[in-house]
Design a protein around this ligand. Structure first.
Ligand SMILES: [Zn+2]
Length: 86
């Protein structure tokens, strides 16, 4: 007797695994002491936090897929992590 729940469970773990690979992908070997300041950008996805970023290495900003990245502040306040970076 087959269990359909088991099959969907496998799919979820495969997806999670490939996501993990993307997240742990290494950047250039050159270590930068200072974070890169860039022109403001935000996400066009309404489910993302209503903030804008101005650092290229902001962990929240890096989660925005390239297709959702919009330049400008979008009228949103600055991201707390970007503020902390200076
Ligand atoms: Zn940010």
């Amino acid at each position: 007797m087959t269990r359909p729940e088991l099959a969907s469970c496998t799919v979820v773990s495969v997806v999670a695994h490939s996501l993990l690979k993307v997240v742990t992908r290494r950047h250039s070997p050159n270590k930068r002491e200072h974070s890169m300041k860039v022109s403001p950008y935000h996400s066009s996805n309404p489910s993302d936090p209503d903030v804008h970023h101005d650092h290229s290495d902001c962990p929240t900003g890096q989660q925005i897929p390239e297709r959702n990245k919009v330049s400008g502040t979008g009228g949103f306040p600055r991201c707390k992590q970007c503020i902390a970076k200076g």
